[in-house]
Write a protein that binds this ligand. Structure first.
Ligand code: PMP
Length: 407
């Protein structure tokens, strides 16, 4: 589509201008992390150059400026996801957000024999925290089956619901397959039974609009770095009444109301869950990333990624011995595949020599690899700056890999 300003967008991302291995860079590893537009890099630099101070503490001018910008970022993030500002808890990313819910919300409720229902396509960060608290309490983690095309077996998922189900966790968009899960239906089923739900939105938020209030999930998690923002920062969106009922997780400065040796009292959410000096630049960087995405339009980005996906799919299918894993209808811009007779690692190295950055491995979804009987895939994943030319470069490099690895 000639109306999509691809070249202008690319010019916004300084890192994309370079050559790697003497070749044009085709960055197709966006499900691992996205690149950062100049607006985000500059917002972070500007913060350190003009406003850096610790927040919530001092009365001096810089501290006031830092606090205003940091809390302003929370307002910005809340507005983007249609959440209340008290519902936005800052974390280091999705992983920490999920652990927070596992330890602060679920662990105190969990009893022997309880079940936590996840799906077979979860990222390890939406499996292992549940296993840790389940093991402590004699509870178990059940995984709903995944169909051959990479979609959730929703009937199979429903069959696993029972009076033992204490908690439901589901990935919104699979980082390995691109599958978009029916989270609205899952939440409806859960609510009908009074079971709390966490949605892992790490792979979703840069690709589809999320309205936290309308969705109705109890918890929703995201990582800034997969949304054109900085690494090591993210959010837990939590329903206000849930957060208010939860005990603190980490103890320290900023999360208390009063401290005495007779006992301490806790601040209100979200501060109750934000012990210590926070990542001010992280919050400001994410807010800048949301401004950037909003200016481009998430729908426009999604449409471009869809076009590129549609362009890529038949071309990949033409490569001899290539098997695409994850072909569910309506999936997001992720192409996971195996090349018959070749190790993903070798494929990745050959692609790298051609300037094509992809991820090879299990993508932190080992149970999903087992489901498809593979130990690894090669994964190309899209973002707003990808075009058909990136796919042409990928496909040419794959033909080369086939020649080299099968000769
Ligand atoms: N869930 C999904 C679906 C992911 O893709 C990722 C990151 N690749 C995570 C969770 C973990 O996010 P982070 O590493 O930013 O904590």
């Amino acid at each position: 589509d000639s109306s999509y300003p691809l070249e202008r967008i690319r010019a916004d991302f300084p890192i994309l201008a370079q050559m790697v291995r003497g070749k044009r860079l085709a960055y197709l590893d966006n499900a691992a992390t996205t690149q950062k537009p100049r607006a985000v890099i500059e917002a972070i630099s500007r913060y350190y150059e003009t406003s850096n101070a610790n927040v919530h503490r001092a009365v001096h001018e810089l501290a006031e400026r830092a606090t205003t910008q940091y809390e302003g970022a929370r307002d910005r993030i809340a507005r983007f996801f249609n959440a209340q500002r008290e519902e936005v808890v800052f974390t280091r990313g999705s992983t920490e957000a999920i652990n927070l819910v596992a330890y602060s919300f679920l662990r105190p409720l969990l009893k022997a024999g309880d079940e936590i229902l996840v799906t077979g396509m979860e990222h390890h960060s939406n499996i292992v925290p549940w296993q840790l608290v389940a093991a402590e309490r004699g509870a178990s983690v059940l995984a709903a089956p995944v169909l051959d095309d990479g979609s959730l077996d929703f009937e199979g998922w429903k069959k696993l619901l029972s009076e033992r189900t204490r908690f439901i966790a589901v990935v919104h968009v699979s980082n390995t397959l691109g599958t978009v899960n029916p989270v609205a239906e899952i939440i409806r089923e859960a609510q009908a039974r009074g079971i709390p739900v966490l949605v892992d939105g790490a792979q979703a938020v840069a690709h589809l609009p999320v309205d936290f209030a309308a969705l109705g999930a109890d918890f929703y998690t995201l990582s800034a770095h997969k949304l054109y923002g900085p690494t090591g920062f993210g959010c837990l969106l939590g329903r206000r009444e849930r957060l208010e009922a939860m005990p603190p997780w980490h103890g320290g400065g900023d999360m208390i109301k009063t401290v005495s040796f007779a006992g301490s009292t806790w601040a209100e959410p979200p501060y109750r869950f934000e012990a210590g000096t926070p990542d001010m630049a992280g919050a400001i960087g994410l807010a800048a990333a949301l401004d950037y995405v909003e200016a481009l339009g998430l729908e426009q980005i999604a449409a471009q990624e869809h076009r590129v996906l549609e362009y890529a799919t038949p071309r990949l299918r033409e490569i001899p011995g290539l098997r695409l894993i994850g072909t569910a209808t309506g999936k997001g811009g992720i192409l996971s595949f195996v090349l018959e007779g070749a190790h993903a690692q070798d494929v990745g190295s050959i692609l790298d020599m051609e300037g094509v950055a992809v991820r090879t491995g299990h993508h932190c979804t080992m149970p999903l690899m087992a489901r498809y009987g593979v130990s690894a895939t090669t994964r190309a994943s899209l973002a707003c700056y990808n075009g058909e030319d990136d796919i042409d470069q990928l496909v040419a490099a794959l033909h080369k890999a086939v020649r080299l690895l099968r000769s």
